[in-house]
Design a protein around this ligand. Structure first.
Ligand SMILES: Cc1ncc(COP(=O)(O)O)c(C=O)c1O
Length: 414
């Protein structure tokens, strides 16, 4: 069982008086940073804020720290360092990818996109498909649950399918999708698959090689780390897509699909969160010899068990409250994969923004809106301009936070 107090002790913000007066329920927008991340950033700015990769002391140390982040994230995700790229954000990484795909698609090619994705993993690729004169097929969510069905995907695939994009979990519906099964279907017709892991990875660092997605994207600022997007590119796709970086860097895997110059400090500090993962693993009986992949898997399991215990009473409360419509799976239908604690609901007779403000006044820090998931909401017949109230939490959220939430919900909506 996760030692939540120990986990919380690694997040210095949680010890600040302001964070005692409120409970942070907007983690899907960005998590708090662990102390290891904060220290690494500060260390970089203090000791090595010079051009990296030259021969002199601080420069060499800076370059080594950047390489180390890449190596360590590769190990945590079960891939090789050449398969890991850092970019300014997932939106930017996905945008550059769309430019690369646009150049390799043509009339007759088909691309499957979902309406469950955050706009980042669907808007740019939709435009790229249009530009290339290729055909777009939409993998639509079920209208009541907002879930994606693999049977629907299977029907959309064919010999002309070149690419499928999908979320590992939606930032509204919260349910983990079976990416490995979708990849198997896509690969079965010779298509590539891009998975957006932004909403899933705060709840677990996956074995990306086992999922076998050709591209896996996520945002480190939601995983207790720095404000960068991490992109894994596998199965030779880097060589298939045209270089998007400077012409003389075409042979460098870390630069082909990330034309923005690297943010040295953030790249150097990006791996520090894995020190936190290792610390947590050792605290729960793991050993340093286990390695980062095993530590990540074990810690992810601890996080998820804790989150599952915390999500159950909230789903139960919302599902039985007549004045709201809970979106996504309720307590009875969460399935075998992780029900991420990203919980959205629509008040039946009130504005979501008004309800969010009343929750905030009671110390429940949340907000309302469409959260860039416009199409998911349309698929659920929710007006995106009205939006939803979204509550999202992670492993450092305590049962006391959930009790504060349930009390506030009863006062505002009961
Ligand atoms: C599911 C999902 N995908 C993509 C993004 C975009 O990530 P970034 O802010 O790094 O561009 C977000 C951001 O909230 C998200 O929730």
């Amino acid at each position: 069982m996760l030692d939540v107090s120990f986990a919380r002790s690694q997040f210095p913000a949680l010890a600040l008086p302001a964070y005692e007066r409120g409970s942070f329920f907007e983690n899907a927008g960005g998590s708090l940073a662990c102390t290891q991340t904060i220290d690494a950033l500060q260390r970089y700015y203090l000791e090595t804020k010079v051009q990296p990769y030259a021969g002199y002391g601080p420069s060499a140390i800076a370059g080594e720290a950047m390489d180390d982040s890449r190596r360590r994230w590769a190990e945590a995700l079960g891939v090789t360092p050449d398969e890991v790229q850092f970019g300014p954000s997932t939106s930017m990484n996905a945008y550059v990818l769309a430019q690369a795909f646009a150049a390799s698609l043509g009339p007759g090619d088909e691309v499957v996109v979902t309406n469950q994705d955050h706009e980042a993993n669907t808007g740019a690729i939709r435009r790229a498909v249009e530009r290339a004169g290729a055909t777009l097929r939409e993998w639509r969510t079920e209208p009541i649950t907002g879930l994606l069905s693999l049977d629907v995907l299977a029907d959309l695939l064919g010999p002309r399918t070149r690419l499928v994009t999908m979320p590992h979990a939606s930032n509204i519906v919260g349910q983990e999708n079976d990416v490995a099964a979708a990849v198997a279907l896509a690969h079965g017709v010779g298509a590539r698959l891009v998975a957006d892991g932004v909403s899933y990875t705060p709840h677990g660092f996956p074995d990306v090689a086992a999922l076998d997605a050709d591209i896996y994207l996520f945002s480190l600022y939601k995983t207790y780390s720095v404000h960068q997007g991490l992109m894994v590119t596998r199965n030779g796709i880097l060589d298939e897509l045209p270089n998007q970086g400077h012409v003389f860097n075409a042979a460098l895997p870390s630069k082909r699909l990330t034309p923005a110059g690297p943010d040295h400090a953030q790249e150097a500090a990006a791996g520090a969160v894995l020190d936190y993962v290792e610390l947590l693993h050792r605290h729960h009986g793991g050993t340093p010899d286990d390695g980062l992949r095993a530590a990540s898997a074990a810690v992810s399991a601890l996080w998820q068990a804790h989150e599952t215990a915390l999500v159950a009473p909230v789903l139960a409360w919302l599902a039985s409250c007549p004045s709201v419509r809970l979106l996504g799976p309720g307590p009875a239908d969460t399935g075998p994969l992780h029900r991420c604690p990203t919980v959205a609901f629509v008040p039946r007779d009130r504005e979501p923004a008004e309800v969010a403000a009343e929750l905030v006044a009671r110390g429940v820090w949340c907000s309302a809106g469409h959260f860039y998931a416009y199409r998911v909401l349309q698929g659920l017949d929710v007006d995106p301009e009205q939006g939803v109230v979204r509550l999202s939490w992670v492993h450092y959220t305590s049962m006391a936070d959930i009790e504060r939430l349930l009390t506030a919900l009863a006062q505002v909506l009961g």
